[in-house]
Design a protein around this ligand. Structure first.
Ligand code: FAD
Length: 499
């Protein structure tokens, strides 16, 4: 199915990734009659829709699903397409039902210190983060059995924990994953976020359905114009509210195409500079903690029960977020690599908080369009002197962490090309006032409009270093409260939900 079947909905959500799906789920759970349309430009990969591709058992089937999410053009990491933007060379997007949420690693750390959203009271933000963890099925215990994980954390703790408050010490990484009785894992895609909403006729999911623009009348949303990507047919759909959750690059694109152009639209683009390194645990540690072996990795080399994922949280004093993953194969060639014990190679990924600048931006030019007829994007992006200092500090921290863990593999830590983290933020960021430095309020309502919300990492106003999806899902939970109030007011004016 491509074009929606109804002429009108209470809510249309553009983009079916984790944040768009959160709006659908919250409205479905809390509004007994609301008719919701969730549309995505990409194909439906699975039944139920939004399944994480790692849960597809057949490797050929999984590879097909990844390729279908990439679309035409050069592929990035499996399931993503590179945009080919010189200043952010690794910038990539996924186009499929479930968005990047069908391909992600599922790391869900809570933001801390300066990563927190100052606009929202700490206890309220924590309540929404707790709800986000439930929507994504987050647990920190999925890899409790991983070999050497305790030893890895003991060594990291000895190095990083002195002086840190209890909640910012080295810990197992919270992951959006459910351990199964057979020892395997089910990864959370947006099927988990949507829950029963995906199987109810009140919620319609339209795939291969591109939103061309949001339609407003005097600043009030009246609907969307969509295009069936299989037939080319275009149609207007009426809606009482619209959420644009089309990722941090295509959300501002759609607002621009719709004539909604707050001064901050597309600006404050930030991604987390990412530094990687690998070490091997010392032989005596491996000998002392020799693990029970078994299935060690799935076909594409992804982490499995024998792997461990540890977390070195961001603090203002050490403004990096460390993701430490035990592997069962070395990412660099080893002369004696044949005998590696599963879990004994440790990959270190350090994400840095970027200096947020309005000049870092995705720019659109009227009259220049992409293959879909939407405004063409040009990205402006550079590291400031402060960023270069942070990156050097992070390299030093990774080197020290590696030395605390074991024997370095390969040369010094490496800075990946800009955009590699896939954590693009800020382009429709929230702010306290409509003063030109933000696109939406703290409930994600676009300034100067009625009935229009934005969602995604793009609403995060702070420079986070942690993986941002949990935070943006929490902000979507908050936004959905305001959206439900909007629908309740609309119900009072016109009690009957559109058929
Ligand atoms: P997305 O998931 O990007 O979904 C946006 C959707 O909008 C897409 O499906 C797209 O097709 C659709 N769309 C765009 N434009 C239109 C239009 N005009 N009309 C209709 N539909 C449109 N994050 C973490 O926090 N932790 C991790 O461990 C992590 N690991 C990752 C690993 C990989 C390999 C990848 C690819 C991503 C990872 N991420 C991780 C990032 C995470 O997946 C994203 O932060 C998250 O999916 C963003 O959710 P979203 O709902 O904002 O947008």
């Amino acid at each position: 199915m491509s074009l929606p079947v109804r002429p009108a909905y209470d809510l249309v959500v553009v983009g079916s990734g984790p944040t768009g799906s959160t709006y659908v789920r919250e409205v479905y759970d809390h509004h007994p009659t609301a008719r919701v349309l969730l549309l995505d430009a990409g194909p439906r990969l699975s039944d139920p829709p939004g399944l994480h591709v790692k849960n597809i058992q057949d490797p050929a089937e999984r590879a097909r699903a990844q390729r279908a999410s990439e679309g035409p053009g050069p592929a990035g990491r499996p399931g993503t397409r590179l945009l080919g933007t010189p200043e952010l060379p690794a910038a990539a997007v996924s186009t499929n039902v479930g968005g990047m949420g069908a391909h992600w690693t599922g790391a869900c750390p809570r933001p801390g210190d300066g990563e927190r959203i100052g606009l929202i009271a700490d206890d309220e933000l924590d309540t929404h983060l707790t709800r986000a963890e439930r929507l994504l099925n987050v647990t920190a215990h999925s890899f409790d059995q991983a070999p050497f994980a305790d030893e890895v954390r003991r060594r990291l703790s000895a190095h990083f924990d002195p002086g840190r408050p209890a909640h910012r010490r080295v810990a197992p990484m919270p992951l959006a994953v459910t351990p199964r009785p057979d020892g395997a894992h089910t990864w959370s895609g947006t099927d988990v976020v949507l829950g029963a909403a995906a199987r109810d006729e009140r919620v319609e999911i339209a795939d291969l359905c591109l939103c061309l623009r949001v339609v407003l009348d005097g600043g009030t949303v009246t609907g969307v114009v969509v295009k069936d990507l299989t037939t080319g047919e275009e149609r207007g759909i009426a809606a009482r509210a619209v959420v644009v959750a089309a990722d941090a690059l295509r959300t501002p694109q759609l607002l621009h195409a719709s004539g909604v152009r707050p001064a901050a639209l597309g600006r404050y683009l930030n991604d987390q500079p990412q530094i990687v390194h690998a070490v091997r645990l010392p032989d005596e540690v491996v000998a002392a903690h020799r693990a029970v072996t078994g299935r060690t990795r799935d076909e594409d080399g992804a982490i499995v029960p024998q792997s461990g994922v540890s977390w070195v949280p961001y603090t203002d004093a050490q403004p990096f977020h460390g993701q430490v993953m035990q592997l069962d194969a070395s990412p660099v060639p080893l002369a004696d690599g044949a005998g590696i014990e599963p879990g004994a190679v440790v990959g270190l990924g350090w994400f840095c908080a970027k200096d947020v600048k309005s000049d870092d931006r995705v720019e659109f030019t009227d009259g220049v369009t992409d293959a879909h007829g939407l405004p063409d994007m040009r990205i402006h992006y550079r590291y400031t002197d402060d960023d270069l200092t942070t990156i050097e500090q992070a390299k030093k921290a990774v080197t020290e962490a590696g030395a605390a863990l074991g024997v370095p593999l390969g040369d010094a830590p490496v800075l990946l090309p800009a955009g590699s983290s896939l954590h693009y933020q800020g382009t429709t960021r929230m702010g306290p006032a409509d003063d030109g430095t933000s696109v939406c309020d703290s409930h994600s309502r676009v300034w100067g409009t009625q009935g229009l919300w934005v969602a995604g990492n793009n609403v995060i106003p702070t420079a986070t270093a942690c993986n941002p999806t949990l935070t943006s899902v929490a902000l979507a939970v908050r936004g959905a409260r305001a959206l439900l109030a909007h629908l309740a007011r609309a119900d009072e004016r016109t009690p009957v939900s559109p058929a």
